[in-house]
Design a protein around this ligand. Sequence first.
Ligand code: APR
Length: 311
Amino acid sequence: MARHKIGLVGAGQIGGNLALFAAQKELGDVVLFDIPAAEGLAKGKALDMQQMSTIEGFDSRIVGSSNYDDLKGCDVIIITAGIPRKPGMSREDLLETNLKIMTSVAENLKRVCPNAFMINIANPLDAMVYALKKITGGSRQKIVGMSGILDSARYKAFLSMELDISMKDITTLVLGGHGDDMVPISRLTTAGGVPVTSLIKPERIKEIEDRTRQGGAEIVKLLVNGSAYFAPAAAAIEMAESYLLDQRRVLPCAVWLEGEFGLKEVYFGVPCIIGKNGVEKVLEFELNADEKAGMAKSADSVKKTMAATRL
Ligand code: APR
């Protein structure tokens, strides 16, 4: 059986880490793609990682390229092509520039690998994955956004720090758009099965949720010249792995909704099963009034940014 092939569009900070994580997990062979002006970056990182593979002992071929034809036959594509935020910028401020980039990326992907499972990471995330779906004409099963895993990871990290317990024992869910209105569901968040609402005072949970919402901005401020890259890369690889290995993991992802949670025609972070067909199912559940209001507010923000794409 041929190895899986993973195409990474964008060989920058996240792209490089995606390549490393995919190769280290031996998910398949990796093509690290970037524009001709950054071909050396893609090829240099690929060569460095190929040499690293002999030390770490992983069997993946990693190549760099600026030729879209090299993405033919890809089973999975992960997109990070676009500019990251600078301090003080919102994700929405990236729309104009990143939409142009996404338009060109999506047109090319439609030509070379229309049936790949495509995961978008570029921001503003929900609007960019909407553009990707519109332009490629792909199905909701195959065109998804990476957001909820990252947002949940941030929430989990802050909760494990607060409670001074292993992050392995925290289960949580952060839903909604990948923006300042995301909706952490503290009601369903547990530490080893114990509700965190009985371990942490409500005011403190609110502070942790606010820090989660600003989790990306906090890192942008610290890095000054870019945005987070380790956790976003790891999150997208978790989605790719579930698809390629048909793991049927339940993961919060940005999915095109068709009535679930009372929302339709919007890309929105919801829990879903990812298996060999891509998004196999959205797992719906009853929300309380506060959660519903949070979801409605977040959906409005996402719809506004989607509309600004004029697609
Ligand atoms: N096609 C392919 N790659 C492109 C294109 C294009 N049309 N235009 C730009 N790129 C490449 C750049 O050359 C660069 O190497 O995208 C890469 C982006 O890398 P970084 O600037 O390092 O950004 P990164 O931190 O990886 O973030 C990428 O993900 O989380 C989001 O907000 C973030 O939108 C940003 C994206």
